[in-house]
Every structure is written in C-alpha cells, then in structure tokens.
Design a protein around this ligand. Structure first.
Ligand code: PEP
Ligand code: MG
Length: 604
C-alpha cells in the first residue's frame, strides 16, 4: 500500500455521529477502509526547468507502479477463475491495459508535454489522455471507439500512483472492514465480498439506487447519501454503521459501543424469530393470500430467496450479467445462466426474467451501449436500448426461450412507455420464437410475456397495454422517480422520494384496476414492496404478488399474517381520501406503529 501515512492518521472527529440514508439493514462495527471511487482531482502545477527530469522520473515510476499492480490483479483474477471454474476469463482486458502502459501515444507524449509546457506529470497526463480519448471518440469503428474507456482507465491508474492517493482499491480490501467511498457503482458493489466487507458507507446515493439494492441482496449493511463520509472518516477509524437508522458513529465511546452491541444482538434475534415463518403462507387472518417472491441480480441469490421463504423469483435483473465485462454475453451464456437458475429452484417455482435494463445508473463497460448523455435515466435505456440494439436483444431472448424448456420462465420488459413500443418488442419476440421453431429448438411456446409499469405514460395507458400482455409488474422505483421528477440516486432530492404521494397511490390504483379489468395478474417489484411501512396499503390495493429483496420477505410475511384484508382495505381508502404525502405518511406511520410496536422499532 502506498498510502499508510494518511490512512492511519488519527481522526480529529473522535466520537462524531452523522446521518445518511439507511440503504441496507443491519449493524456493523469495524475499521474504516477508504476506497478510491470518483474523487481523484489531479493537481495542476507549473514546474521549473531544473525540475523537469525529476518530474519525468516520477511519471515513469508511476507507470511502472501501475504495471506491477495490473500484473498482480491479472494473476489473481486468473487464479480465481481457474479455482471457481466459472465465468469468462477477462485476461485479454488486462493485456490491453498493459500494452497501453507501454504505448508511445500515452507515455511518450506525456513526457513531451512535461518537457515542453513545464507542467507537473498529473497535469500533463490528464491533458494527453483527454486528447487521446477525443481521438478515439471520433472513430467510425465501434471497436476503436471503445478504446477511449481503456485510455481513461489506464490514465486513472497511473494518476493514482502519481498522487499516491490516500484511498485504496477494491482488490486490496482486507477482512472485516467497513468500506467508505465517495461513490460506488452497482458494478463496484457487486464486487464487494460479503465475507470480507462488514458494511459500506458512501457520500452519494439514494435508498432505491441500484447500489443500495445490491447491498441488500448481498446482505451487507449500508448507509448511503451521507454527503460527508469521506471527509469525516479516516482510514483505520473505528466505525459503527447502523443501516437501520442510517447512522454512522466515528470512533465511538465505550458507552456507545456497548449500546450498539446490544442493538446488534436485538436485531439478530429479531431476524431469527422472523425466519420461523419461512414455510407458512403469506395469508391474512381473514384468508386473503398474496404471493411473496424474491428479486435477484445474480444466479447465486436464488439460494437466499429460498432460504428466506419464497419459491418464485419475481424479478431477475439480468443487466447485471453485462457489468464488469467488455462484450455482451453470448446466447449460450444467457441460456446456461437461466437454465441454472430454473434448475436451482423447485419445479413449481416461476422465474420472471427481465430483459436487460442497461443505460441508467447501471452502466456497463460496453461503452458503445450508451450515449454520452447528461441525463441517462431519460436516455437510451431499458427497452429503448433493446430496440436500438436488436442483435443484443435477440441474443438474450433466444437464451431465455431456450432455457424455458427446462423450467417455468416469464419474460418481463423494462421501461415500456406505450403501446407502439410494446408492439415493436412483441414483434421481435414473435420472430425470435418462430426462428427457434424453424430450427427445431424446444422452448415453452406459452411463455408468459409481461411489462414493467414504471413510466408514468405506461401507467396512464395501462388499460391498453393490459390487452396485449400476460401480466404487469409495477416498478415503483422508477415510477416514483419519473412521476415526481426526482433522481432516485441523488441524495439531495431524497426528501422528495415519497412513495405515499397521492399521485403515486392513484397511479398504482389505476394500474391494478386496469389489470383486474383485463384479468391479468399484477405485482409490485420495486423497493416499496419490501418496506414494512407500506405493506398494508399495498395489500389493500389487491395485488397478486409482491417481489422484493430476499431479506425483506420474512418481515413482510409476518405483517401480512398478523393483519386482515378488511383493515388493509380501510387503511388504503383512508389514504386515498387524504391530500398530501406528509398527511398520508403520518397516518400510516402512526397506524403501523400502533399495530406492530416491536416490529417498527426495528425500522427495517
Ligand atoms: C423499479 O424501477 O422499480 C424496478 C424494479 O426496476 P429497477 O430498480 O431495476 O430500475
Ligand atoms: Mg426500473
């Protein structure tokens, strides 16, 4: 490690407490590990003629450091894929980066800039890499255009060695730490190993950001959107992370430590008691039954869904298959992955595979996939990207259809905004089916096809959409984001994130009523489904299914099993008569606290 001096300085914020957004429940106590995500600012300095040689030597040293680091990572990755015998090997990626470290354009031209402009190495490197990135950006050929991100990654690696950043990288994480980062992408989060990382804390992010969703899937307690964690926490500080309340204590006192150890035990006991419900149905005391299903991002999570008491996968976010790699998965990879999912579940299970929803905050390394957009949530994402890159869409569809021969699958399409778009997508599915038929490949011809209702326009025309599909799944994360015009990943507007806003309740009611009218099943698979506070309101809407993170299933089931459908209906009707989200939220919080005093104490 290059950064020990800074990392181990003792904190000036002894005993400091601050809040963020509780993104994944649980309490963790451990030492802080600062991660280098999104905060490198290269110094820009003029140098004198007699400093030039030393500056060039410093630059070469940083290039050498980057090379050694890359070689080590490559070696470790190869050993891991050999050991696990899975996944495609990404060694060629490291080779591309290693080659770049010897590239004339990147290295020699930076040296020339140091000499000619008499500027420090960081400044010269960033000027030069910007020029090279621009050069690749202009390329007609998609493969060459992709090289711009390699240049950016390699430059950043050298820059880290130049700045001897006080932050560390993911591959250096040691056991038992609490990761502290300015920002973590969903792809970064997916790389965190729950056996090593006790919790994480970020400056940025919202409760329904995909980073938070992945944290819940990995069952790693997390607090996001703190705005100040990387300023207030030093590497090595002792931390308490309370993912239930969204609180962080830096270098706590003995008294605080004792109190939180007790809270941690209380939380663990609560979870153990909930799991006793595992094999019981989610049925109210007056006999209304609802299906509870799990959301997954990776194949490995099916086990956790089963162990938390669900049999169906209500949402498989397949875009995670596309992250941390350079080329989209092949048809065979799709097929094998989905086949493994269905074969790891009991035969009666039904898995809803959502076709890839890349392009928003889930940016893959497949740079040509997404445009340079300052507003990616409104850009080429979800079904728009599928229709734009029909080849990639069809590859995935073929994989899903082939896997449907081995277990019960459903196809779910994200971000549909209206009927014309839906029909275009349905046509592609029909053509893909007929191709497979022509090739004599077996698949489930009756595979149900549904749409996510997550764009307000889709909710408004859900009566039309319902006639052309087999089911609806409401994506409240995006439906709330687009209806209330707030970025779900932005901590500054998280106060506007109001699932109980009258506009949201009305939209939910419209969609569910339209599904009922057309006699198709309707579920909710957004994070709202797994929030205990909303359970009775959602139950009152008369949904068929709630699909959520595995860890939320036992708690939601307990609430349902201790309630009646009649009271849920009454509660919903009361809410629909109210005028503001604040009024509704106060009512629901009061009612839920009264009914479930112990449960709500945990505030999961
Ligand atoms: C949603 O938008 O509610 C949803 C379930 O999809 P995602 O969170 O992946 O956008
Ligand atoms: Mg969505």
């Amino acid at each position: 490690m290059t950064k020990s001096a800074d990392k181990n300085r003792s904190s000036q914020f002894v005993g400091c407490v601050f809040n963020g957004i509780g993104a994944s429940p649980g309490i963790a106590i451990g030492r802080a590990f600062l991660l280098d995500r999104g905060k490198l600012k290269p110094r820009q300095e003029k140098i004198s003629s007699d400093q030039v040689e030393a500056e060039i030597a410093r630059f070469h040293e940083a290039v050498e450091g980057a090379r050694k680091e890359l070689e080590e990572i490559k070696e470790k990755t190869l050993q891991r894929s050999d050991r696990e015998g899975v996944g495609q090997k990404h060694d060629y990626l490291f080779d591309v980066h290693l080659l770049m470290l010897g590239d004339k354009m990147l290295v020699d031209d930076t040296v020339t800039l140091i000499k000619e402009k008499k500027i420090n190495a960081e400044w010269a490197l960033s000027l030069n890499s910007e020029k090279i990135i621009e050069f690749f950006r202009q390329m007609q050929d998609a493969y060459l255009r992709e090289r711009q991100s390699d240049v950016a990654h390699v430059s950043e690696r050298i820059l880290r060695h130049l700045t001897k950043s006080e932050y560390d990288s993911i591959d250096k994480i040691s056991r038992g730490v609490i990761v502290v980062a300015h920002d973590l992408s969903p792809a970064d989060t997916l790389q965190l190993n729950p056996d090593k990382v006790k919790a994480f804390v970020t400056d940025l992010g919202g409760r329904t950001s995909h980073t938070a969703i992945v944290a819940r899937s990995l069952e790693i307690p997390a607090v996001v959107g703190t705005e100040q964690a990387t300023e207030k926490i030093n590497g090595g500080d002792r931390l308490i992370v309370d993912g239930i309340e969204g609180r962080i204590l830096v270098n706590p006192s003995q008294q605080q430590l004792t109190a939180y150890l007790e809270k941690q035990q209380q939380y663990n006991r609560f979870q153990q008691q909930l799991i006793l419900n595992r094999d019981l149905p989610a049925e109210t005391t007056d006999g209304f039954r609802i299906s509870l299903a799990g959301n997954i991002e990776t194949l490995e999570e099916t086990e956790s869904v089963l162990s938390h008491g669900a049999v169906d996968i209500g949402l498989y976010r397949t875009e995670f298959l596309y992250l941390n790699r350079r080329h989209p998965p092949t048809e065979e990879e799709h097929f094998q992955t989905y086949r493994k999912v269905v074969e790891s579940l009991p035969p009666e299970s039904r898995t809803t595979i959502r076709t890839f929803d890349l392009g928003s905050d889930k940016l893959s390394d497949l740079d040509h996939f997404h445009e340079d957009s300052i507003n990616p949530a409104l850009g080429l994402r979800g079904i728009r990207l599928c229709l734009n890159r029909r080849d990639i869409f069809v590859t995935q569809l073929r994989g899903i259809l082939r896997a449907s021969h081995y277990g019960r699958l459903k196809i779910l399409m994200p971000m549909i905004s209206g009927l014309a778009e839906l029909r275009q997508a349905l046509e592609i599915i029909a053509e893909t089916k007929s191709d497979l038929e022509g090739e004599g490949v077996p698949f489930d011809r009756e595979i149900p096809i549904g749409v996510m209702i997550e764009v307000p326009s889709a909710a408004v025309v859900s009566d039309q959409l319902a006639r052309d599909v087999d089911f609806f799944s409401i994506g409240t994360n995006d439906l709330i984001q687009y209806t209330l015009a707030l970025d779900r990943s932005n901590e500054h507007v998280s106060y506007l994130y109001e699932p109980l806003h009258p506009a949201i309740l009305r939209l939910l009611k419209t969609v569910i009523d339209n599904a009922r009218q057309a006699d198709i099943p309707v579920s909710i698979c957004g994070e709202m489904a797994g929030e205990p506070l909303y359970t009775l309101v959602l139950l009152g809407l008369g949904l068929d299914k709630l699909s959520m993170n595995a860890i939320s299933i036992p708690h939601i089931k307990q609430i349902i099993r201790q309630s009646t459908f009649v009271e849920a209906r009454q509660m919903l009707e009361e809410c629909l008569r109210m005028e503001t989200a604040t009024e509704i939220e106060a009512f629901i919080t009061r009612e839920m606290n009264r009914r479930f005093p112990e449960t709500f104490l945990m505030k999961i």
